[in-house]
Design a protein around this ligand. Structure first.
Ligand code: PMP
Length: 411
């Protein structure tokens, strides 16, 4: 048997660590040819192999952002290393996180009286952080408007840390509505009013926001699935939180925008990683942050600013959503969207087929045409097209064309 054939991972390790002869130090140069060739041979270009990805999150990202990240992946701006490899306390990463914050501030016109935090743990962690930081004790109460699965989850988690109350629920109607704000019986003693600005699974979206009538006038919103999809008046909110993986980056980064006067009152039992004060005082660098994810979010923010900001982004999102909803509404019932028209989401479009037995074929055939992830959430079935900022208009046009063709064949 040859030596190569008997080589085991351990023997390789031993060989690697064989003592080498120490030479006297002298200047030398090392040329890493493989690396130079790879970088030169594959200039980043848009690829025709990319699919139209209608996933609810992690979701499609803007192509220019992916290409820029690709071009900087190996050696970030001459730093000699990837963003994934650099210290989160070094000058390169500090400038990345500071620019990400200032670009996000510019995009959403965030007042100085608000802190911007880049955290981990997903929006799900915020379901606990919010009551832990805002309620002094488990007896404090908070109002929850339950418009779908996500606000329901937020409410259920809050029950562990305070005494929340559902002041409106759309469950009996299968979550297809947003309440009339005048009908909300808010508790004046509540610590905050919580909403989910866009229900990713059910496709209902607040088009305006209720005025909180609690003692501190605090409105908290989970904006995970419509964050940065349109302009928002941040000053109306005590806290806005959002996972990045729909509109602004990869999963792993959770953004929190919080009015500074609400920081510093966490319950004694609050784990350190859920305490806003810790993250605010340490500028999101208390522990090792999700560096690469923050870098990617920064690229998306820069890209959105280059597009002209969120007013233009909203216009484009409306145009895409109009095209898709029109196709559903004009299908004479072949396709159906259960959501009340005035609160239909610009981001997540759920729909069913009148002949539900054809839904499997619809999804399979769409996939063959390069349109993927159209299956509805397992809890509701049917289909769902998530058309976040980065879904091109051409993607929605292609979907609508396919829908018409499918109907012509099966209608
Ligand atoms: N809120 C909303 C509106 C969501 O869409 C999601 C995830 N899809 C969550 C919260 C939970 O986010 P995460 O998985 O990042 O914890």
């Amino acid at each position: 048997m040859s030596a190569a054939a008997t080589t085991t991972p351990n023997s390789l390790l031993l060989n690697r660590h064989k003592p080498t002869r120490i030479l006297s130090p002298r200047p030398f140069t090392v040329r890493c040819t493989a690396a130079t060739q790879t970088a030169a041979a594959t200039p980043p270009t848009a690829s025709s192999t990319r699919l139209f990805n209608f996933a609810a999150g992690p979701a499609t990202l803007p192509e220019p952002v992916l290409l820029k990240a690709q071009s900087e992946l190996y050696d970030y701006q001459g730093s000699g290393m990837s963003v994934m490899e650099m210290s989160h306390r070094g000058k390169h990463f500090l400038s990345i996180i500071q620019k990400a914050e200032s670009d996000l501030r510019a995009l959403l016109d965030i007042p100085d009286s608000y802190s911007v935090l880049f955290l981990q743990g997903g929006a799900t962690s915020q379901f606990s952080s919010v009551p832990l930081n805002l309620c002094g004790s488990s007896e404090d109460t908070a109002d929850y408007v339950v418009t779908g699965s996500w606000s329901d989850k937020a409410f259920k988690e809050a029950q562990r840390f305070c005494s929340p109350k559902v002041i409106w629920s759309g469950k009996a109607d299968k979550y297809v509505k947003i309440p009339n704000f005048d009908d909300l019986e808010q508790n004046p003693d509540a610590t905050y009013l919580h909403i989910c600005a866009n229900e990713t699974i059910h496709g209902v979206e607040f088009k305006d926001y209720p005025v909180p009538k609690n003692k501190g006038g605090i409105l908290v919103a989970d904006m995970s699935s419509n964050f940065c999809s349109k302009p928002v008046d941040v000053s109306k909110f005590g806290i806005i939180y959002a996972g990045a993986q729909k509109n602004v980056g990869p999963s792993g980064v959770t953004m929190v925008i919080i009015r500074k006067d609400l920081i510093g009152n966490a319950q004694g039992i609050t784990p350190i990683m859920l305490d806003y004060k810790i993250h605010h005082e340490n500028k999101s660098l208390y522990n090792t942050p999700p560096c690469y994810g923050i870098y990617m979010c920064g690229l998306v923010f820069e890209h959105l600013l280059e597009l002209g900001g969120l007013a233009g982004v909203e216009k484009m999102n409306k145009k895409k959503a109009d095209l898709l909803y029109r196709a559903i509404d004009e299908s004479k019932g072949f396709y159906r969207c259960p959501v009340e028209k005035s609160v239909r989401s610009l981001m997540n479009v759920p729909f069913t087929l009148e002949k539900s037995e054809l839904e499997g074929d619809f999804i399979k055939e769409a996939e063959k045409e390069g349109m993927v992830q159209l299956k509805g959430h397992r809890s509701v079935g049917g289909m769902r097209a998530s058309i976040y900022n980065a879904m091109p208009y051409a993607g929605v046009e292609k979907l609508v064309g396919f829908m018409k063709d499918f109907q012509a064949r099966h209608g």
